[in-house]
Write a protein of this length. Structure first.
Length: 343
């Protein structure tokens, strides 16, 4: 678990212990993934929940929800694995994992068969909107002298940028953002710069050591990784133009998210950017009982969700089913109807 030393989130001690215990007990290797494990009644001994990378807010949230699910379904062991927003739709489609996370835009493209996916994953069923908004950050070191994204192209600046692993949701956001300003990875290399694809922890190390002078991509808001980078070096947040945000909202269904004034000590005003919300989803063949109890655990433990990370502080259980894209799993539908959240 990665936690900023100052100015970031602080979890309640009891919940921190719960996360640590849950993560240590529940973590298994992706190499051990087998065939779809859930029985018809959802009472199989082991189920798999695929998150993002360890240390990310969504991983911590699934660790807590897995523990609560075990309490709701005696005899079930819920194992959390480190997956990825882009890879998870395929893993669920192949029945390698039971429940997974992704961002709303990728989920929509997965069920429609649009890029970055080459086929429709028609067997997917959404479970809930987590309501945790990720945000796209474009941070550069002050010694670059850059104050706007437009200057990168105008100056043919040799940017040494670090973004997330290739084709992961943060990297997709990075590539799309640059494209709106007429910049490609090939351009950056041609101008004498380079593009690094890595985990955020490694990106922070590159910035600290001077091997990178920019961080670009989406992650939780706030982000422990970006807070650490801002403490390691003098950084500046480059703003996205409003017209660019509106175009990307229309083209990719992003949300307009605000980076609050004073964030990491480098945002001089409330700065708009693009963002997205997180979905939990499953295969249509997963048992109704398991889907029902998973969303019920999210609903009944709303305080736990909000306290895991400040990215989820705005979570409202009654809004879990609001505006969901695609078909909802029947087990989740049953619970939502009982609570009057669906007709």
């Amino acid at each position: 678990m990665v936690e900023p030393r100052e100015g970031g989130f602080k979890m309640k001690s009891k919940l921190r212990v719960l996360i640590a215990v849950a993560a240590s007990v529940l973590l298994i290797s992706l190499a051990s993934l087998g065939s779809f494990p859930t029985g018809a009644d959802g009472a199989s001994k082991s189920i798999k929940l695929s998150a993002g990378a360890m240390g990310q807010s969504i991983y911590m949230l699934l660790a807590v929800l897995a523990k609560r699910l075990e309490e709701a379904m005696p005899g079930v062991r819920a194992n959390v694995v480190a997956g990825g927003g882009k890879a998870n739709p395929k893993l669920v489609s192949l029945k390698k994992v039971d429940i997974a996370f992704t961002v709303m835009g990728l989920y929509k493209n997965a069920i429609l068969g649009k890029k970055p996916y080459k086929k429709k994953y028609s067997g997917l069923r959404v479970l809930a909107d987590v309501q945790g908004h990720g945000a796209t950050y474009f941070m550069v070191t002050e010694d670059t002298g850059l104050t706007s994204i437009d200057q990168i192209k105008a100056k043919k600046f040799p940017l040494k940028v670090c973004t997330f692993l290739k084709s992961g949701p943060p990297e997709v956001d990075a590539r799309r953002t640059l494209a709106e300003y007429g910049i490609t990875y090939a351009d950056i290399k041609k101008w004498g710069g380079r593009v690094n694809f890595s985990q955020w922890t490694d990106c922070v190390s590159m910035v600290r050591d001077g091997h990178a002078n920019a961080l670009l991509g989406a992650t939780s808001l706030p982000s422990a990784f970006h807070a650490e980078a801002a403490k390691a070096r003098k950084m500046r947040m480059l703003p996205l133009k409003e017209e660019t945000i509106q175009k990307m909202m229309k083209k990719y269904k992003y949300l307009r998210v605000i980076l609050p004034k004073g964030l990491y000590g480098i945002t001089p005003y409330d700065m708009p950017t693009i963002g997205t919300t997180y979905y939990f989803f499953a295969h249509k063949d997963m048992s109704d009982k398991l889907a029902y109890n998973f969303v019920k655990s999210m609903y009944n433990n709303a305080d736990d969700v909000r306290n895991v990370h400040v990215a989820f502080k705005g979570y409202v259980a009654k809004k879990m089913a609001t505006g969901l894209v695609g078909e909802i799993h029947p087990g989740a539908v049953k619970f939502y109807k009982e609570k009057g959240m669906l007709k």
